[in-house]
Design a protein around this ligand. Structure first.
Ligand SMILES: Cc1cc2nc3c(=O)[nH]c(=O)nc-3n(C[C@H](O)[C@H](O)[C@H](O)COP(=O)(O)O)c2cc1C
Ligand code: SF4
Ligand code: SF4
Length: 275
């Protein structure tokens, strides 16, 4: 179960954990905090109680507070993060080499910290860890388009995907994956109404962290069209459960182009609410 434990030697009985709990299930009024009777089921596993405790006295769901990352100053600064946001660019030319597996794993694991609606944590990240795996996905995708095209079933609005397939087959020009070495897809159960947002949030975090490591990313709306509309069988073929909806997908790797400056914002669409 919830496994709520207090280290009484560390606990100062300040009550902060009780005040922070979003579902108000911690009784912090009478001495050492405890979960209110019958309220365990309301825990959303957010771990705010563990994270807010100033003395690392509280453990929940088997998590030891001493294993958490401590918050000692505001990192990164607004200036640093703002610079990252402004200078991040869509990358469409990648170096051939793969990322180191350990670096890639760290990036993926940190992405799991992205927030999800009701803390459901149902986003599945399907990742091509190697060039070989992405190469197989690429073949499946272009073959999927070819099959539909040759059957005369490619909708007129999607005719350009037939051209992308021809470009790949005849010239090896890869519009759909931009010759990137890695690919990530975020999906979530269709039954989760927050799923699409959770997926996009998680890839947004992924993108910024990847860029902070000097990597390049590209949101891949074109490949998503193939998975969603042209060859939907590909979703299951790459290991995504049938009951999942793809939220978004991205290619990434080491950029082969270096930008010298930011672009300049086209303008902010702002509605200052004034009632
Ligand atoms: C949801 C989304 C889907 C996108 N899909 C593609 C794509 O399939 N192919 C592509 O070359 N660029 C794609 N892009 C990149 C956009 O064209 C790019 O973000 C935009 O031109 C601004 O450039 P910047 O990202 O370098 O600032 C996509 C971007 C987003 C946010
Ligand atoms: S994990 Fe979140 S919801 Fe559960 S007791 Fe702690 S603060 Fe409350
Ligand atoms: S926040 Fe920590 S120190 Fe304060 S009452 Fe809760 S467990 Fe005890």
């Amino acid at each position: 179960m919830i496994d709520f434990k207090i280290d009484e030697e560390r606990c100062t009985q300040c009550g902060i954990c009780s005040k922070e709990c979003p579902t108000l299930i911690i009784n912090g009024k009478n001495g050492v905090p405890e979960i209110k009777e019958g309220k365990e089921k309301n825990c959303i596993k957010c771990q705010h109680c563990l994270a807010v405790c100033p003395t690392a006295a509280l453990s929940i769901w088997g998590k030891n507070p001493d294993d958490s990352v401590t918050v000692d100053k505001q990192i990164p600064s607004f200036e640093d993060l703002g610079k990252l946001v402004k200078t991040r660019r869509s990358i469409r030319k990648f170096k051939k080499d793969e990322l180191e597996q350990a670096q890639l794993q760290e990036l993926i694991e940190t992405t799991a910290y992205a927030p999800t609606g009701h803390n459901k944590n149902q986003v599945l990240l399907s990742v091509a860890y190697t060039k070989e795996e992405l190469s197989k996905v690429r073949s499946l995708v272009y073959d999927g388009i070819k099959k539909v095209k040759e059957a005369g079933e490619l909708a007129p609005a999607l005719a350009m995907f037939g051209n992308f397939q021809t470009l790949w087959a005849d010239k090896g020009i890869d519009i759909l994956f931009r010759d990137a070495p890695h690919f990530i897809v975020a999906s979530a159960p269709k039954a989760n109404s927050n799923g699409p947002s959770d997926c996009v949030i998680s890839l947004s975090y992924f993108e910024l962290m990847a860029n902070s490591m000097g990597l390049g990313t590209l949101w891949d709306g074109l490949a998503k069209v193939v998975f969603d509309q042209i060859a939907p069988e590909l979703k299951v073929a790459i290991g995504i459960p049938e009951d999942h909806e793809i939220g978004y997908m991205m290619v990434f790797g080491k950029p082969a182009v270096k930008f010298a400056r930011s672009v300049q914002s086209e303008g902010l669409n702002l509605n200052k609410i004034s009632l």
